[in-house]
Design a protein around this ligand. Structure first.
Ligand SMILES: NC(=O)c1ccc[n+]([C@@H]2O[C@H](COP(=O)([O-])OP(=O)(O)OC[C@H]3O[C@@H](n4cnc5c(N)ncnc54)[C@H](OP(=O)(O)O)[C@@H]3O)[C@@H](O)[C@H]2O)c1
Length: 436
């Protein structure tokens, strides 16, 4: 029977899951592909560490070159993460004529423009289902199942750590810092959580999803990124009171030939499906011109969920090699010559409804001063809320606007910050009333 000889780089969370699936599901994989998916070698920094798996004949080494340049490997599975040495290793693997499967979204978002053309030039596959949203097969959906559609909008909850923190903040009524500490203790957040809570991880994934949706190489620099550090428990309480949930959304929109790419905390109606995605779960919503909106929900990380997607890519490779039809689907669902850079809509030109939170002195006339600023910027107000009284401390003043441009919102908030009565930097959160 035909074989696909596999070398794995990295034996951490995902590496372990992949190795376990390959070693325990051999029969199922054979029945599904007609190919033996044979794990030949694993290279990792500390091979001596026990991972609790009987490896049998599989070779374990700390020499990464023995995977990327070896003659007895057909496909390299990269699961070490980070930019270097992952980037150089994958270049070597592709140059040595190997296919590559990776879960490394950071690498693809930043160096996809180098790696994908190299793979095409060498007529090798570079597959990456596990790089976005763990177990959710969103890459295959966008590249294949929805290929007949012009995608005009895609949004999703792409980071389970942030979704877990926001869910806990609401359920426990606790502030961000306390929930983050608890998430770290439970293993739901890294010791250095900045990639997650500052929105960078979600942006890496959004870059990849936008590239497939709109037909371009991923360009991380084009994304507007805000994380969740500034979301306060007060915002979460007010959101609940007004019928919203706050979610860290990655949003990609295309209209009138322009594209908008952003990762930011967003208020969504409490009855929407996206609001119901809680805890560590991820979800992606795609609006295609023919299919309408479809939703994909599941575990966005973890050993087995992520390994499931890595091995799905290996299955695709095995099937293609058996059928002799490699390169059937282009990485971004478009032939390389059809890829283009999309012009961006600038932050200032975004239009939408906004939630504004000010901390103001509790004295007569303050509301009039604030609303005059809004009037000067031609921002019309849908609702104003002020609760609580205090002779000494600032009290929150909450406002919700009708649709306006982000330029006007930023100008208004800058002006408000100069008012004597405004005692903290004003905050705003974008509202997306029309999500599904
Ligand atoms: N964890 C998830 O749920 C998840 C979900 C989706 C995507 N991903 C992506 O999958 C990739 C792997 O993530 P992970 O969570 O499995 O990471 P991890 O648990 O930190 O494992 C990384 C592995 O790579 C090895 N490694 C790291 N740097 C190395 C180097 N310079 N040389 C040799 N070995 C090195 C480590 O070695 P030793 O253990 O031998 O010291 C470890 O086994 C990342 O790109 C990540 O973004 C992860």
């Amino acid at each position: 029977m035909q074989e696909l000889r596999i070398g794995v780089l990295g034996f951490g969370v995902v590496g372990r899951g992949v190795v376990e699936l390959l070693l325990t599901q051999g029969e199922l994989l054979r029945q599904r592909t007609g190919v033996v998916l044979r794990l030949v070698r694993i290279a990792t920094r500390t091979p001596a560490r026990d991972r609790g798996l009987p490896l049998g004949e599989v070779e374990l080494t700390d020499d990464l070159q023995r995977v990327v340049s070896a003659d007895d490997i057909d496909v390299v599975v990269e699961l070490i993460g980070g930019l270097e040495p992952a980037r150089s290793l994958l270049m070597t693997a592709l140059q040595s004529g190997k296919h590559v499967v990776t879960a490394n979204k950071a690498l693809l978002a930043l160096y996809g423009h180098e790696l994908f053309p190299l793979a095409a030039a060498r007529q090798r596959e570079l597959l990456f289902e596990a790089a976005v949203a763990g177990a959710i097969p969103i890459i295959k959906v966008l590249r294949e199942s929805l290929a007949a559609n012009r995608i005009d909008q895609l949004y999703g909850i792409l980071n389970g750590t942030c979704n877990y923190i926001l869910t806990e903040m609401r359920e426990q009524g606790s502030p961000f810092a306390e929930v983050l500490r608890d998430a770290q203790a439970k293993g739901f957040a890294e010791a250095d959580p900045s990639f997650d809570v500052d929105g960078i991880d979600a942006a890496h994934k959004l870059a990849i999803l936008a590239a497939i949706s709109f037909g371009s190489y991923p360009d991380f620099q084009q994304i507007h990124i805000e994380g969740i550090r500034h979301v306060s428990d007060i915002d979460i309480q007010w959101a609940t009171e007004m019928g919203y949930r706050i979610k860290l959304l990655g949003i990609a929109k295309q209209d009138e030939g322009r594209v908008e790419l952003r990762v930011q905390p967003t208020m969504v109606p409490v009855g929407s499906m996206v609001a119901s995605v809680e805890g560590v779960y991820n979800a992606v919503f795609v609006r295609g011109h023919a299919a309408g909106t479809t939703m994909y929900h599941g575990r966005g990380a973890g050993e087995r969920p992520t390994a499931s997607s890595v091995v799905a890519d290996l299955i695709d490779l095995a099937r293609s090699s058996r059928a002799g039809c490699g390169g059937r689907v282009a990485p971004f669902s478009m032939l390389p010559e059809a890829l283009q850079q999309f012009p961006l809509r600038q932050t200032d030109d975004w239009r939408g409804e906004y939630y504004l939170r000010l901390a103001v002195a509790d004295r007569p006339g303050v509301l009039a001063e604030v609303t005059q600023v809004l009037a000067r910027q031609q921002i019309s107000i849908d609702a104003i809320h002020q609760k609580g009284r205090s002779a000494v401390a600032a009290v929150p003043l909450i406002m919700v606007t009708h649709a306006t441009s982000e330029r006007q919102i930023r100008l208004a908030l800058a002006e408000m910050e100069q008012l004597d009565a405004v005692q903290e930097t004003p905050r705003f959160i974008r509202i997306e009333p029309n999500v599904v």
